[in-house]
Design a protein around this ligand. Structure first.
Ligand SMILES: *Cc1c(COP(=O)(O)O)cnc(C)c1O
Length: 426
């Protein structure tokens, strides 16, 4: 089994020590990015108020230290195993495969992790890093509450003070997750500004951080924001791809033909993809939220209709109007409902290494039911985006090919919403 890979320390060369290669090279130099300025080619960077510059530099230094520290990595691997439930299975979805009549479909079961999704990998690791840095107070933002719950759980485990910012509108929609976070000892602060959702919650968390930098670490929930977050969050999720690689080799004796993952900020996708980037024969597809279609305000497919811009510390593809105002987004899944996408994805898309597609709400609801009925696994609506695309691709690829889908989370949180939606549709 893959236990050995799950506990092996992450030992990529430090970003600053990595060789700089010409950007004309194919994707064979994944450790060269981000560069010293925190850029993945034209994307990423550090766009924050002056007061946070030093803090982000300190964070980068501290992170690069623990990245090379076998003691930290061993401790993290221990907690990932004992508390989070790693390694997760690579599961052969035989009935879904049979139904599609094409490529063999494997599911990487991140849904089996504690708190129900991949997010605990990152929350646990950053909480450990904060403790190492001597910071006893944690803040985080949350949209639907998934990252808030993962962070609250990690803070409870390590005895850290925890404040979660959440849009007031989201608090109403996700009352149960608010209760869960409070049960685990977190203080949940409602944000009344603007649309009262995730974007405003992030702004408020940043404001808190600026005021309390000495005592506080900000656990950002996805591979987004200013350097070093996209790199750091990616590294904390690389365990997904490392395990999947060993597992598919043990199971099939060869690497897969294609990887598919849903993309909100991009953390579960880059976590799966990263350790396969240099195997250029393997296709990788990120699936965005197509919502009810590509009309303005009806989706969150940043690569389908977005343009380059800067939002919340990061230069990347954004959904924005002609004046650069951020557009409204919509998705049946809260976790993919964000106007910007992680910079590393923009970079590998430009290089042609990662391709992007989108799935509409209707296709997603279909895939949600299909996986539940055929496999006895209720997937998160986010993950159902990846499944919806996988169903199409399995048929196109045909028998004899291998497909690995990242099942980023479980759908228990979504059943009430799906029941209401299906009820409406008769
Ligand atoms: C938050 C979430 C996502 C989207 O976040 P990424 O950073 O893009 O992975 C996907 N799936 C689940 C289950 C989530 O909770």
């Amino acid at each position: 089994m893959s236990t050995a890979t799950a506990v092996s320390p992450a030992t990529p060369p430090a970003a600053s020590a990595a060789p700089r290669q010409a950007s004309t090279a194919s994707a064979t130099d994944r450790f060269s990015f981000p560069d010293a300025s925190g850029h993945f080619g034209n994307y990423g960077g550090v766009y924050v108020p002056e007061t946070l510059m030093t803090t982000l530099q300190e964070l980068e230094t501290a992170y690069l230290e623990v990245r090379e520290d076998p003691e930290f990595q061993a401790e993290l691997a221990h907690h990932l195993a004992e508390f989070a439930g790693r390694p997760t299975e690579l599961y052969y979805a035989s009935r879904l495969t049979e139904y599609c009549g094409g490529a063999k479909i494997y599911l990487k079961r991140e849904d089996l992790l504690h708190t129900g999704a991949h997010k605990i990998n990152n929350a646990l690791a950053q909480a450990l890093l904060a403790r190492r840095m001597g910071k006893k107070r944690i803040i985080a933002e949350t949209g639907a509450g998934q990252h808030g719950c993962a962070t609250a759980a990690a803070c409870a485990k390590f005895g850290l003070e925890c404040v979660i910012y959440m849009g007031a509108h989201d608090m109403e929609r996700q009352a149960l997750n608010v209760f869960r976070m409070r049960l685990m000892g977190a203080e949940v602060r409602g944000v009344e500004a603007g649309q009262k959702t995730l974007k405003e919650a992030i702004n408020e968390a940043m404001r808190d951080w600026v005021t309390n930098v000495r005592s506080t670490h900000y656990i950002l929930g996805t591979a987004y924001g200013s350097h070093p977050y996209p790199m750091m969050v990616r590294d904390f999720h690389r365990v997904i791809g490392r395990e999947a690689r060993a597992q598919i080799l043990a199971r099939e004796g060869r690497l897969p033909d294609e990887l598919i993952a849903c993309v909100g900020g991009g953390s579960n996708a880059i976590g799966l993809f990263f350790d396969f980037l240099e195997d250029t024969q393997i296709a990788m597809i990120g699936v965005e939220a197509g919502g009810t279609g590509l009309e303005r305000g009806e989706h969150a497919a940043r690569f389908a209709t977005g343009r380059l811009g800067v939002l919340q510390g990061c230069k990347t593809y954004l959904l924005q109007d002609q004046e650069g105002q951020i557009e409204l987004t919509h998705s049946v899944s809260a976790g993919l409902d964000y106007a910007a996408v992680g910079p590393e994805h923009a970079f590998y898309r430009e290089r042609g290494r990662i391709q992007f597609a989108y799935a509409t709400d209707d296709e997603v609801l279909e895939a949600f039911q299909l996986c539940s009925r055929l496999e006895g696994i209720i997937p998160a609506l986010e993950s159902s985006h990846a499944l919806a695309h996988a169903v199409k691709r399995a048929r196109e690829l045909g028998p004899g090919k291998l497909l690995v889908v990242n099942l980023s989370g479980r759908g228990d949180k979504d059943v009430e919403q799906v029941a209401a939606l299906l009820g409406q549709r008769g």
